[in-house]
Design a protein around this ligand. Structure first.
Ligand SMILES: Cc1ncc(COP(=O)(O)O)c(C=O)c1O
Length: 370
């Protein structure tokens, strides 16, 4: 057994973040203010979007996005089955109906053919996920959007910095939402952001997250009901520091992924994640497919005994009790396969090639024994 624990993820936070938190605390301004504004500016410029609105999480950003698009009771929203429950839950949360569709076995992203099958006269919105840092091909979804007069909210919780055909994630949907949970590309502990190029949506997002507060003829008014999803300057300041490191973080993740790809090429019965020439995958998750059915969970448990922390990819929503009565398109077999067989490998910033070699050799030894 290795003495050193190899963790799944370790956020790159330290002295710089501590100093800026301390600065905010000393300033006396602890709610949302200039620091969060600066964080929004940085993300907005980084993704080439026109507007950015910080929130308390990606899930609350989704809620604001759905409300800004007036999605509510009786509306149907198409959601991939293979995703974090956040994506589907929030549709129910605003009173609309999630419709679950299957994903592609290789990109792990939604299958456009399945989306097309799910469209009815009640469909209002599609919420595709750029899964684990792998950017979606938005073109077929945009064609459906135009044809059926729909909106698209991209779940890019894990994909800040990703690009498809030279276009950055954050510029391809009506509204795109990011997460700053500690397992994401950058972190503020908890936090999220919605970005858009549409000034009407941006205004709605800003108003709804501040109790419905707006300015009318220079006076503060509450013309609609809103909530409070403001992001404290304490976290906004951490976000600013994290944005200074983002290029370094993404480059390291790509370097780790490329080396895993080389190492896994030597291991039978494991498929490395898809790599496409026309896209920039940022590898928030490096999820490999374990071909030997029924061994993935044993592998996670046995690797833990060797001090190696791994994880499942994510969930198949249709198998969760809360989704029992939610409408499903087809058998969702590919989502189920990914839920049962994907293995997320350690992706820490300070990992060395030797660490990666150790991880892959342990996986290889164990799989050969099963
Ligand atoms: C694909 C996806 N969407 C949404 C979320 C929710 O993000 P948050 O925790 O910031 O609400 C997650 C979190 O893990 C996620 O992986």
């Amino acid at each position: 057994m290795s003495v050193k624990k190899i963790k799944l993820i370790e956020p790159l936070v330290g002295k710089e973040e501590l100093e800026c938190i301390s600065e905010v605390l000393s300033s006396g301004w602890l709610t949302e203010g200039q620091k969060t504004k600066e964080f929004e500016e940085r993300v907005k410029n980084f993704v080439d979007a026109k507007y950015a609105v910080a929130t308390t999480s990606c899930t609350t950003a989704f809620e604001l996005a759905l409300r800004a698009l007036d999605v509510g009771p009786r509306d149907e929203v198409i959601v991939p089955d293979f995703t974090h429950p956040s994506t589907g839950n929030i549709v129910k949360w605003v009173g609309a109906k999630p419709i679950l569709v299957d994903v592609d076995l290789f990109s792990y992203n939604v299958d456009p053919k399945e989306v097309e099958k799910a469209i009815t006269k009640n469909t209002r919105c599609i919420m595709p996920v750029s899964w684990g840092g792998n950017p979606l091909n938005m073109q077929p979804l945009n064609e459906m959007k135009e044809k059926h007069n729909l909106s698209i909210i991209e779940d890019a919780a894990c994909s800040l910095g990703a690009q498809y055909n030279g276009k950055k994630t954050g510029t391809m949907a009506d509204i795109t939402c990011f997460s700053f949970h500690p397992r994401k590309i950058i972190t503020t502990g908890e936090g999220g952001m919605a970005v858009t190029d549409n000034p009407v949506y941006a205004e709605k997002l800003q108003t709804l997250k501040r109790f419905g507060m707006t300015s009318m003829n220079g006076e503060t008014k509450f013309a609609q009901f809103g909530t409070n999803y403001k992001l404290s300057d304490i976290l906004g300041a951490v976000g600013v520091k994290q944005m200074e490191k983002i290029t370094r973080i993404i480059n390291k993740r790509i370097e780790l992924a490329n080396y895993y790809n080389d190492l896994l090429a030597e291991v039978d019965s494991i498929r490395a994640p898809e790599k496409r020439e026309n896209s920039k995958h940022v590898y928030q998750t490096y999820a490999a497919y374990i071909e030997k059915e029924g061994t993935r969970d044993k592998l996670i448990a046995d690797l833990r005994k060797e001090n190696i922390e791994t994880q499942i990819g994510t969930y198949a929503l249709h198998l969760q009790p809360s989704y029992e009565r939610v409408k499903k398109i087809g058998k969702l077999e590919r989502a189920e396969k990914l839920y049962r067989n994907l293995l997320a490998l350690p992706m820490c910033h300070l990992m060395t090639k030797k660490d990666q070699e150790y991880v892959v050799s342990e996986i290889k030894n164990l799989i050969e024994k099963y």
